[in-house]
Design a protein around this ligand. Structure first.
Ligand SMILES: Cc1cc2nc3c(=O)[nH]c(=O)nc-3n(C[C@H](O)[C@H](O)[C@H](O)COP(=O)(O)OP(=O)(O)OC[C@H]3O[C@@H](n4cnc5c(N)ncnc54)[C@H](O)[C@@H]3O)c2cc1C
Length: 599
């Protein structure tokens, strides 16, 4: 490092120019890293479109649309503060050093991200910039607490493995920090110049590159940037879905992206004080058509359009207005589940897989791509499961109990496919996909970690009847069955062939037969799980364990198929079961066991 570079990197010195790198934390409120950048003479807010995540295989169209809408919203908010968002393209390790050199930046700030890919990426950026004398500072504001501090306060330097002790630990630490103040009304912009054109998205790269390195001034607060910069400079823009190679989405967004929209949604939900205080997650409806029965804040929390700390403190103020529920089922309890998984994802290695993951049971899952495909496409022949998967594909979102149902069905309940496969599908399709929350919840639902009562299985028939006896949710998402009366809506295969024809859908040709015999297969899977738990008490790789009377019945790729006319499943389930009604139990002793906290 040169002497000049070393001088620039001195902590506490006012930076000449700071880049604030937005990743998550896509907001102006409660953004300590942005505030730090605003202490510089000029601040350059950037977002980097990293090719690593630009692909439908990795990020589905709903989430990409949400992100691009959020960037538009962020840019508008920055313009109202005499600044703008520069959207750069390329690998951050390559783009950020070039941008720093171009702007003469001596400080880079960002919100800390503890996911494995982010940790690796940020370390690479940090060391490349340090070589050039650019100081890098990160701040924790995605989660309520700093996961490093929570882990350090836990037994053996790890967060407690179960929710109750985890919440107790947080209570001991005290309330989460209050949100940071807003950034200045006019962001610092001494000697401001536009982004290097070669790194941006422009309509006309030649024109833009002719002007891209020139000095310019920013608009006065509230003035559109294009007016002050001239048309040519305004050409560097936020990309569209088409720019990124995405086909237009087929469905209108359930959740429009952006900080403004997120704050509006949060305010609307919190204004219903009685609803907030009475919130009990298992009592919310997974079959609501249209506006969710919960807050619908997950995409905004995932991208950080809404600060979880602001949400927590505003929620605490509402709760102060009267008697209210408590964790795990209350609204605060939901935020603490988020914290639980974030802290676990940070503290335990290989959190997104079974191998080498210290919290995950080793289970010899089957591997049948055809079963996975039919589950993912929503063609299992179980209308409730298919409706959920089709909503997920169409809107990128699903109520928590719908997620429970399809995750249980894919794994320990029916198809006995690995939770890792399901988590990858969710990760691609969910608009709110969050690495730690997704993997942690999949481990829970597959009884691989946290929840071990594998003999409690969701019925794909009885479960939805409690909130939607008429089957309207199924009719919305599985239109093939729109004319089926409620008596058959969850079990259309039980209708006579004559009625099936009358109602316009023949099972087996217009809509599939059930993919498995749920009653038979779930019992066998329980036995299989029991055997796996017994076999893998000792560490070691998973082995395929013969089950009960059918040794070897579950060889790889051999799930029991449904008989031509599958048995109906009329079990009404256990109305008091965690996560809602419709769970089945196997074995009388199960009823006597303690009920675990449910996410
Ligand atoms: C298999 C499976 C996968 C999941 N994957 C994700 C995911 O990738 N991203 C995600 O945000 N949530 C995930 N969840 C958790 C939960 O389903 C969603 O957070 C919730 O449904 C979002 O709706 P909401 O914002 O209306 O939730 P609300 O009930 O209104 O809760 C408010 C917030 O609390 C947090 N929260 C609620 N439930 C949970 C939970 N069980 N675990 C962690 N945080 C929670 C979320 O940030 C949520 O936005 C998953 C659940 C399951 C069963």
């Amino acid at each position: 490092m040169s002497a000049a570079a070393a001088a620039a990197a001195v902590p506490g010195r006012r930076a000449k120019a700071a880049i604030h790198w937005f990743r998550k934390g896509l907001r102006l409120h409660d953004n300590p890293a942005l505030l730090r950048a605003c202490e510089a003479a000029a601040v350059y807010p950037v977002f980097v479109i990293d090719p690593w995540f630009v692909s439908e295989e990795r990020v589905g169209v709903n989430r990409m649309r949400f992100l691009l809408e959020t960037l538009e919203d962020l840019d508008a908010a920055l313009r109202a503060r005499s600044s703008k968002l520069s959207v750069l393209r390329g690998r951050p390790e390559e783009v950020l050093p070039r941008a720093a050199a171009h702007w003469g930046a001596d400080l880079l700030t960002f919100e800390a991200d503890f996911e494995p890919y982010a940790l690796q990426r940020d370390e690479a950026v940090r060391s490349l910039l340090a070589e050039r004398g650019v100081r890098v500072e990160s701040f924790v504001s995605h989660s309520l607490y700093d996961p490093r501090g929570v882990a350090a306060a836990g037994p053996g330097g790890k967060p407690p493995l179960s929710y109750g002790p985890f919440v107790k630990l947080l209570r001991g630490i005290g309330p989460p920090p209050r949100p940071a103040r807003d950034p200045p009304a006019a962001m610092p912009s001494e000697g401001w110049k536009p982004a290097p054109a070669a790194l941006t998205f422009t309509d006309n790269a030649t024109t833009a590159s002719g002007t891209g390195d020139g000095a310019s001034s920013l608009p006065a607060s509230g003035e559109p940037a294009s007016a002050a910069h001239g048309d040519r400079l305004a050409e560097a823009r936020i990309p569209s879905l088409a720019d990124l190679g995405y086909a237009p989405p087929e469905h209108a967004p359930l959740f429009p992206g952006g900080e403004q929209e997120g704050l509006r949604r949060m305010a609307a939900k919190l204004s219903r004080g009685d609803w907030v205080r009475a919130f009990a997650k298992p009592k919310t409806s997974p079959t609501a058509v249209g506006e969710p029965d919960t807050t619908g804040l997950s995409p905004y929390l995932k991208f950080g359009c809404v600060s979880s700390r602001r949400f927590w403190h505003e929620l605490a103020a509402v709760n102060a207005g009267g008697p209210h529920g408590s964790p795990p089922t209350s609204l605060e309890g939901q935020l603490l589940w988020r914290e639980f998984y974030i802290c676990h994802g940070f503290s335990f290695p290989n959190y997104d897989r079974m191998a080498g993951n210290p919290v995950c049971r080793q289970i010899a899952w089957q591997d049948d791509p055809e079963l996975l495909r039919r589950w993912e496409e929503g063609t299992t022949g179980f209308p409730w499961i298919d409706a959920c998967m089709r909503q997920l594909r169409a809107q990128g979102w699903l109520h928590h109990l719908g997620r429970h149902a399809v995750a249980c069905f894919l794994t320990r309940g029916d198809l006995y496919q690995s939770w890792e496969r399901g988590a990858r599908v969710f990760d691609r399709l969910l608009v709110d996909s969050d690495w730690a929350l997704n993997n942690g919840n999949w481990m829970w639902l597959s009884a691989s970690a946290y929840f071990f009562q594998f003999f409690r299985v969701y019925s794909p028939v009885a479960f939805p009847k409690h909130t939607d006896p008429d089957g309207d949710y199924v009719r919305r998402w599985v239109p093939e069955l729109a004319n089926f009366p409620k008596a058959y809506i969850y079990e259309p295969w039980k209708a006579s062939k004559q009625n099936q024809r009358k109602w316009g859908c023949e099972i087996g040709s217009d809509y599939p037969e059930p993919i498995v015999d749920h009653v038979a297969v779930s019992k066998l899977n329980m036995a299989r799980h029991k055997a796996a738990y017994e076999a893998h008490k000792a560490p070691g790789p998973p082995r395929d364990v013969p089950v009960g009377d059918s040794p070897g019945a579950f060889q790889v790729g051999s799930a029991p198929r449904a008989p031509k006319r599958a048995r109906g499943d009329g079990d009404e389930g256990d109305a008091a079961a965690p996560g809602g009604s419709g769970e089945e139990r196997d074995g009388a002793s199960a009823a006597k066991r303690a009920k675990p906290a449910s996410p």
